[in-house]
Design a protein around this ligand. Structure first.
Ligand code: MTE
Ligand code: MO
Length: 391
């Protein structure tokens, strides 16, 4: 059993698939703390968790240039090199799977993929060397930007045929001072847990989970995107009219930055409240890709007829701390939000809805059908939960 050395996991996680291990926490856990504890952070593995010896670990970096001189450059760094030869940076960043909320799409029309609810997302602090610093130390020069367009990542996790998980990002994101890409060796102040990429994973803040390659073994600077299945033939969006007979993966770009998202973590769908409570507190998360800050979350308790503005939090200290406001374009972390609303009168049931707005004034679509796609990715319609009011 190639999965026999997989690590222990917290029993509260809801398992989507056991081998490989895919699981998410109950939604209410997400809004208990601003930083998601690692044990509750969703786990999305395509393959068995590799057992990497930190003492012998080597990260290979290859510059795949057009001339033989550039192509010859292969460098390798030990874990100790990465920890001691480069300044340590810490960022708080949210990672969301492209398939988060796929179950909402599945409900309206069948899709193919793991049936994630709303918790294939988490917010953690990540510490490590800047990817930019390491690429420069490996011999990348600004002149290479003439031919180099992509940075490919390969994991040490493999299927039985020896194929590794892999993906790529734009070189411009990887090399930018403001891009904040990290070769992370710590999550929430501790060594990366086995499920989250020990000993090194790349953190590409603002970019879909799939590009944040865990158990990183190799980096290639190239003129081409990663040739891996997950870059070429998966993690792409399509029209609602595209089906498995007509889909052409070459026709769509690989998902990088994700669209604006929000969801209600409490109350749960189908919950019951007592009329005598008079009010209800609604909580959730909101996040957008590309470092776009969440500027507002609107909440409705009448299915979207009337709205109120939720209170946003970017820490556990209640009201938003203006000093911790990220620089424009570098809002990598989610905001939690909450709102206490009077229960609607003369109704036995209410539909609670949320929708977020990011700094580019992107909004979430109001319904799922117009964004439905056969793989069930990019599911970010208004989130709706039904709550019964008991007299
Ligand atoms: N990296 C490797 N090596 N193997 C994987 O299966 N899964 C990707 C990404 N990096 C994956 C990987 C996907 S699709 C997601 S959403 C995130 O890791 C999940 O990260 P997490 O398990 O730390 O939450
Ligand atoms: Mo993912």
């Amino acid at each position: 059993d190639p999965f026999s050395s997989d690590p222990e996991r917290h029993p509260v996680l809801r398992i989507n698939s056991l081998k490989p291990f895919n699981a998410e926490p109950p939604p209410a856990i997400l809004t208990e703390r601003y930083i998601t504890p690692s044990v509750f952070f969703f786990k999305r593995n395509h393959l068995p968790v590799p057992n990497v010896d930190p003492a012998t670990y080597k990260l290979q970096i290859q510059i795949q240039g057009p001339d033989s001189e550039r192509a010859a450059g292969t460098f390798s760094f030990s874990l100790d090199d990465l920890k001691t030869k480069f300044p340590k940076h810490t960022i708080t960043a949210t990672i969301q799977c492209a398939g988060n909320r796929r179950s909402d799409m599945h409900k309206v029309k069948q899709v193919k993929g793991l049936n994630w609810e709303i918790s294939a997302i988490g917010n953690a602090t990540w510490s490590g060397a800047k990817l930019r610093d390491v690429l420069l130390a490996a011999g990348y020069t600004p002149d290479d930007a003439k031919w180099a367009k992509h940075v490919q990542f390969e994991g040490l996790d493999q299927d039985i045929a020896g194929t590794s998980y892999g993906s790529s990002i734009l070189l411009s994101k990887a090399i930018s001072e403001d891009g904040d890409c990290l070769l992370a060796y710590e999550m929430n102040g501790e060594a990366l847990p086995a499920d989250h990429g020990f000993p090194i994973r790349v953190i590409v803040p603002g970019v879909v989970g799939a590009r944040n390659v865990k158990w990183l073994g190799k980096i290639v600077i190239s003129d081409a995107e990663s040739s891996s299945h997950w870059q070429q033939n998966d993690y792409k969006g399509f029209s609602p009219c595209t089906d498995w007979d007509t889909v052409d993966y070459k026709s769509a770009p690989a998902i990088q930055e994700l669209p604006v998202q929000s969801a209600i973590t409490t109350p749960a769908d189908g919950a019951t409240v007592d009329r005598s409570d008079e009010e209800i507190t609604v909580k959730g998360y909101a996040w957008s890709g590309g470092g776009r800050e969440i500027v507002r979350v609107d909440v409705s308790v009448d299915g979207g007829k009337t709205w109120r503005i939720a209170k946003l939090k970017s820490s556990d200290e209640g009201q938003e701390d203006k000093n911790s406001t990220p620089a424009p374009g570098q809002a990598w972390a989610w905001k939690l939000w909450e709102l206490t609303v009077p229960l609607p009168e003369d109704a036995a049931e209410m539909e609670v809805v949320c929708k977020a707005v990011d700094s580019s004034y992107n909004v979430q679509p109001d319904s799922i059908l117009p964004i439905w796609n056969l793989r069930g990715v990019l599911s970010n319609a208004w989130h709706r939960v039904k709550v019964k009011i008991e007299e």
